[in-house]
Design a binder for this molecule. Structure first.
Ligand code: EPZ
Length: 421
């Protein structure tokens, strides 16, 4: 397994080109199953998770190829409706093939996605949405066996204990676009990645209104056609590098992205001393204060502060001037990065799902372990400002969600390189 070596003390100064959004392109690739016509998805990032989704579509019998930043799903039908344990166990988002397979073929057999280090990751809301459309669901030998004689529109409330669910909204939506009659999804997720999926489905001929709101209204249509779609920029990659500029006291221009999807983060970075200028072609970000100011963050569903930037924000405030408080309302156990940051000299204590971070003057480089995609990014950010070298093991987590991260950071002055273990 590869590891990353990061040498601290170098400001990030320069330009970074933001890639397409991982969490938008995964359900959009799955949505191509709703038609037998060709679909061309562009601005697709070169990520492990994208290759996994391409392999799943191929395992279902579709002819899929990646050409540069484009993924072409050629004309054709699936030859089977089974997404295997081997595939689904490497990426939870594979569950997003459930909705389109049922929507188009009225049946699906998808391995039950497991939990991960950030929490149990249940799918009760996905199954609630599908059952409401008339789908019979069986769980056998670790597989979700779904069948529907007919799909009938319905009014569905999809809010759960932690609020709306991104992929449960996606699955229910994709199962409803070819159903008979009208479907209303209440407490639908409003994340930009869900809106991007809605726009792709609309370009295929789906009749959906209410995009970006908690109420999605779908009128079933007979057939969907092939379409071309360019994926939105990745707001979590954007946010990660915005934090990188502020934590190192550097200055970055992030190309091909917008603050529109990161208003909650922008608000917090202003509190911490960040200076953000919006341009047509991107975002300019630096820090105007010589010290990072403490702040308080609570993660919420969109447009609240995103849980996928919680770990990165924690790295920032470990060297903040004062006491910061971070509360995790989406995945209450998403704090595995605390122990690694404390190994680097941070002073963080956890009370339930609230972390109290007492700012320290500096961090010290140490061997640390990556555990999930976003915690890994948080360790890279901490390594950029720690004294000495930080060795981050198991960086395959990072490769799932950050395209060419060491290349993009090196181009901005970071001293970071990968070694094969
Ligand atoms: C998506 O996961 C993202 N993944 C996650 O990003 C992100 O953290 C999450 O949304 C929240 O924003 C993709 O889009 C591929 P949820 P998803 O259903 O849809 C609970 C990353 O780092 N819940 O919105 O699986 C769930 O346990 C990844 O890129 C239920 O209770 O998340 C959580 O507490 C990590 N029942 C909350 O809802 C369900 O049926 C939100 O989860 C489904 C979810």
């Amino acid at each position: 397994m590869d590891k990353l070596i990061v040498e601290g003390g170098h400001k990030l100064v320069g330009n970074i080109c933001i890639s397409g959004a991982k969490n938008a392109c995964l359900p959009i690739l799955a949505a191509a199953l709703l038609t037998e016509e060709e679909c061309v998805i562009s601005n697709v990032p070169l990520l492990k998770d994208v290759s996994t989704m391409i392999n799943i579509l191929a395992s279902l019998g579709r002819d899929v190829k990646k050409e540069g930043d484009k993924v072409i799903i050629a004309r054709g039908r699936v030859t089977n409706v089974t997404a295997s344990y081997e595939m689904v166990s490497t990426m939870r988002a594979s569950v997003a093939v459930l909705g389109p397979l049922i929507g188009r073929y009225r049946e699906a057999k998808v391995s039950f996605p497991g939990g991960c280090v950030i929490g149990p990751r249940p799918i009760d809301l996905h199954l609630k949405g599908l059952r409401a459309l008339g789908v019979d669901i069986d769980i056998k030998e670790g597989y979700i066996i779904a069948k529907a004689k007919k799909l009938k529109g319905n009014r569905i409330y999809l809010g759960g204990h932690f609020g709306s669910s991104v992929l449960a909204t996606d699955n229910t939506l994709m199962a409803s676009v070819l159903a008979e009659g009208e479907t209303i999804i209440e407490d639908a997720a409003c994340e930009p990645e869900v809106t991007d999926l809605v726009e792709f489905l609309q370009s295929m001929g789906a009749d959906i209104s209410g995009k970006g709101t908690p109420t999605l209204r779908v009128r079933g249509v007979k057939k969907l056609k092939g379409a071309k779609h360019s994926v939105i920029p990745d707001r979590i990659e954007t946010g990660t590098y915005m934090i990188g500029a502020v934590i190192t006291g550097g200055k970055l221009f992030l190309e091909g992205t917008t603050v529109d999807h990161n208003l909650a983060l922008m608000d917090k970075l202003h509190e911490c001393g960040g200076e953000i200028k919006e341009h047509k072609s991107g975002i300019e970000i630096s820090r105007k204060t010589n010290k990072i100011k403490a702040t308080d963050v609570t993660t919420l569903t969109y447009p609240g502060f995103p849980t996928d930037l919680q770990a990165q924000m924690m790295s920032l405030v470990t060297i903040g001037d004062g006491i910061s408080v971070i509360t995790e309302k989406i995945y209450p156990e998403r704090f595995i990065h605390i122990s690694e940051l404390n190994r680097m000299g941070a002073n963080i204590i956890l009370e339930g799902s609230t972390a109290i971070i007492k700012g320290v003057p500096s961090l010290s480089g140490a061997p640390v372990m990556a555990s999930d995609l976003r915690a890994s990014a948080a360790l890279v950010l901490a390594g950029l400002v720690a004294d000495g070298k930080t060795e981050i093991a198991r960086v395959y987590h990072l490769d799932r969600g950050y395209e060419r991260i060491e290349e993009k950071l090196t181009a901005c002055g970071a001293k970071i390189y990968r070694v094969k273990e």
